[in-house]
Ligand binder design. Sequence first.
Ligand SMILES: Cc1ncc(COP(=O)(O)O)c(C=O)c1O
Length: 423
Amino acid sequence: MALLPVPRETNLPGKVVHTPHNVEYRKSSPDELVDLAIEGNIARIAKRCLVGGDESFFVADIGQVIRQHRRWTQNLPGIRPYYAVKCNCDPTFLKVLANLGSNFDCASIEEMRTVLSLGVDPARILFANPCKAPAAIAFAREVGVLRTTFDNIDELDSIKAHMPEAQLLLRVYANDDSAFICLGEKFGAQLDTTEELLSRSWELGLNVIGVSFHVGTGATNTASFCKAIRDARAAFLQAERLGFTPYLLDIGGGFQDDCFETLAPFLRDAIQSEFPAGITTIAEPGRFFARSVYTLVCRVISRRRQLGSAATASIPDMLYQNDGVYGNFMNVIMEKEIMVPHLVGSKKGAVSHKIKTIGESEKPDGHRYSIWGPTCDSTDCAVREVTLDSEVKIGDWLKYKNMGAYTTTTATQFNGFSTVSDF
Ligand SMILES: Cc1ncc(COP(=O)(O)O)c(C=O)c1O
């Protein structure tokens, strides 16, 4: 297929190493395997004295993808995941998901290229972006990705012009105010507009096959999922009244690791009570699959031990590492995530973590630090304050767990600091 060159280098995540899976490691725990991979890679960097050794790297625990997939199928049986590629586009990770039977939510030409280049059938891709450039719609048609979402009249005109045979999902408004990032402000048709949108689709001779929503990424509120399912049902009924035969319900993404088992039964019940048997339900999880798979390992490149009045005022010493908020730590700003570092080689890691304790000594024996990224911007602070059991020096490595979601895919090259290394 001429339209499918290898994905651009810049789309690839930073260096990713994988946990060992030889027979000799069968008895090791996932954490031990991650640590072995970290040690191995650091030794490799040291041995080769690589210039590129000053970039951070990821360790991917592929076993964790399998465990998350099992959790998904046990809790939401029959709801096929369309993994949201925007969350993490590591080709190995995508390949494992594809082999496990996951399909894919792509939002752009580049994401479709990435997934198709792995040999995934275009029928397994949903172009889940309700506001697409005409060129992107034309590309999708050319490569055979026919399922897509819409939420406004003008989009229908673009679709009619560039992919008249599209299989459409009407994205309805949904919002969980507690989500890290609320998407309702940007996307989703309000229920008082859905009838008009569906009528226009009918007039244009387009095919509406279902309804989708997304309550927001990092959602926790069961009620907002249940409301969205009720609203989706209302839109389904409107579509049926107009003559469409909708059969696909897409419950979007937003699923979080720590409340997944609590949320799942409510979702199952809401779908069962609102929708007739026989409809197909799909979802677009991103964070749920990617977050816990990846550990990020950063190197301390500089250190400021406080002197003078700052020392007297007990202001923590400052560590500067080779990755920050313009790289893989953007969630510190976007999602207000509190990052917890562990010193590689230390059994204990962080002993306490506070956001705002400048000047306040919490544990006299500990080593208190703030941790900063490599750029010249003072916004670039990865950890406001942490107390570690051991002293940290230049050249030491810090590891951060659960760094697989919206890290590599949101990283920039600001100040010339790239998160992509070639070693
Ligand atoms: C359309 C769409 N689907 C799926 C996702 C993935 O969401 P999450 O990672 O919260 O599961 C997003 C995230 O922004 C999205 O915009």
